[in-house]
Ligand binder design. Sequence first.
Ligand code: TXA
Ligand code: MG
Length: 322
Amino acid sequence: MYLSTTEPTVAARALAEGHVAVIPTETVYGLGAVANDPAAVARVFAIKGRPVDHPLIAHVVSADAARAWATNIPDYALTLMDRFWPGPMTLVFHRSDRAADCITGGQDTVAVRVPGSPVTREVLRELAVLTDDPAVAIAAPSANRFGRVSPTTAQHAAQELGHLLEEGDVLLDAGPCEVGVESTIVDCTGDAPVILRPGKVTAQEIADATGLKLGEGSLVRAPGTLATHYSPQARVSLVDETEMSALSIDPQTGVIALASQPTPTGAVRLCAPNSVEEYAACLYRALREADSLELVRVIAVPPAGDGLAEAIRDRLRRAAAG
Ligand code: TXA
Ligand code: MG
């Protein structure tokens, strides 16, 4: 049986000893292993049920540590590190020798992030001491089974993966994640940044910080960004506000929409956020709730606008494609 704890030190010790640990971040919970421990990283892939050519993000304690994992870092990326780290942004670079095939999925690039959550940072600081390596990284995908909804609480992570953890593994509980959707991924291997996955750090913020027009296409492969992802068992349909008002509702239908949208008669309200930030923070919990209530269908009204709303629409589209 794994150990559930609220102590960052306990998680750091388990990782240093070669175990895996479920760790909170400000975005979603991750399933971590020390990135230069191929056996521990292999367990992460096995537990998640993830194909081995899907690369993992290396979580590090500082921009200096991140630089040890990358080569050919462009100036605009230094600006992004300075402006948005620690925080919900992942940068993709050409990899250095440190980044082994087991975390890059055999690609010649590596994804790195300095997480913003104080608890995650404490784990990383502690791990750096225990391993005597200031640039040590925790390789961690989201702590869900492959293709499913990312967990935003320790309880959700335990439901997803708890039965697959072993003696010595740890689940670190730091309460609900603040952001609720995964980090913005930015490809920094070209002349200008390209967004591979939208998140809390927005395209506009990246363009403003760097003074660059963002690139469009990328040669970098981000396999986790499949068309179907984040899928609950229930069938997800996306509608706009007017369509929602006109819908006749079958039993066992859940609704996800901003609070301003009334709940149609007969539907189960899964969340009623008052802002786009609240929408992101409750989205995955609401999708899970649909499954635990054994709802057949979820109807969601995606939020309008850019920035974080774009990230929410991206996740909803993938959930609906599942
Ligand atoms: O917020 C997050 O990013 C969370 C927390 C735990 O940090 N992590 C997360 O990891 O969402 P994961 O593995 O579920 O999604 C990572 C995405 C995948 O789509 C993967 O393909 C992409 O990052 N990725 C990782 N390394 C890459 C690389 N070298 N080049 C391109 N994409 C990469
Ligand atoms: Mg994921």
